[in-house]
Design a protein around this ligand. Structure first.
Ligand SMILES: Nc1ncnc2c1ncn2[C@@H]1O[C@H](COP(=O)(O)OP(=O)(O)O)[C@@H](O)[C@H]1O
Ligand SMILES: [Mg+2]
Length: 282
């Protein structure tokens, strides 16, 4: 059966417990935000309850999910710095039913510095998320199946908060030269976080993005990544696709902007693969 037909029939199984994934790579422009929003929309369209936390001051994930994020609205900044509950900022996304987004505004750029002197500065997102889960339960709201945290392109306190709040790291890697060198530093930081702050953290998912099937370089990079990370790397690769890059300017994800494009199909396949893979166990 062709991929599109197979995916239309595909059911997305709910995980045993909420899967919390930090979408991280300290390099900019590798497809973190595109992967976070498109996988999130695909999972939600598959019937799952999904929350995207936009933890990049640029607010690209908020834009793609059609969530306003002008400086005057309450955002992740207020949660991390002002102790606002997540429930005060979580907004339904028009991209899919059962998809929620905690938006970021430009204020968040100040949080990197404002967090420094704070108590439990590395655990503020983790604590806010735990309170949010409890609040949802008390209100009889359904359990969230996936939480995807879109990280900024740095290894500062915002990314650290995401890595402490998460159980899994979801690492998009752009299929280009130096791809592996770029993640060595991230890997070292993940080891440090595991040692000191979050012993359960695992790099569960690696996704090759912007894959250009016409070049030998892309194939070579993919082979190297698979050789280093055989169990983590998804079979699905995301092709280079103009539709993926056009979608945000319409405040949409490619899954709604052009659902049958190769980029949309690839993200649905990636989401389906993530939902079928074994969850990390304690
Ligand atoms: N598969 C793709 N094909 C073409 N352009 C892409 C693809 N994935 C992302 N882009 C574009 O590349 C740029 C960087 O992607 P983005 O997801 O914002 O990366 P990051 O969040 O890591 O900075 C954006 O302009 C995005 O629209
Ligand atoms: Mg981004």
């Amino acid at each position: 059966m062709e991929l599109r037909k197979r995916l239309e029939k595909a059911t997305f199984a709910a995980p045993e417990k909420t899967r919390i994934m930090a979408v991280a790579n300290q390099k900019g422009g590798v497809g973190k935000t595109s992967s976070a929003v498109n996988v999130a929309v695909a999972l939600a369209k598959g019937g799952l309850n999904v929350l995207v936390i936009d933890s990049d001051p640029q607010g690209n994930a908020s834009t793609a999910l059609g969530i306003p994020h002008d400086p005057e609205i309450a955002s992740l900044y207020d949660v991390l710095i002002e102790d606002e509950p997540l429930s005060a900022i979580v907004t339904p996304s028009p991209e899919a039913e059962s998809l929620l987004c905690a938006p970021a505004t430009i204020d968040l750029s100040g949080a990197e510095i404002e967090l420094v002197p704070m108590v439990a500065r590395e655990s503020r997102l983790k604590n806010a998320l735990a309170d949010y889960f409890t609040e949802r339960e008390e209100q009889g709201l359904p359990r969230l199946d996936y939480v995807l945290i879109d990280c900024p392109p740095s290894l500062g306190l915002l990314t650290i908060n995401a890595l402490v709040a998460a159980r899994e790291v979801f690492m998009p890697i752009q299929a280009e030269y130096y791809a592996l060198e770029g993640i060595a530093m991230l890997w070292k930081n993940i080891d440090l976080i595991r040692k000191h702050l979050n012993p359960d953290l695992v790099v569960s998912t690696i996704l090759l993005t912007m894959y250009d099937a016409r070049t030998r370089l892309a194939a070579q990079v993919a082979e190297d990544v698979r050789e280093h990370f055989p169990t983590q790397t998804l079979d699905t690769v995301i092709p280079r696709s103009v539709r993926i890059s056009e979608a945000p300017s319409y405040a949409q994800t490619v899954l709604n902007y052009d659902p049958n494009s190769t980029g949309a199909l690839a993200y649905r396949a990636a989401a389906h693969e993530i939902s079928r893979r074994p969850e990390p166990k304690n």
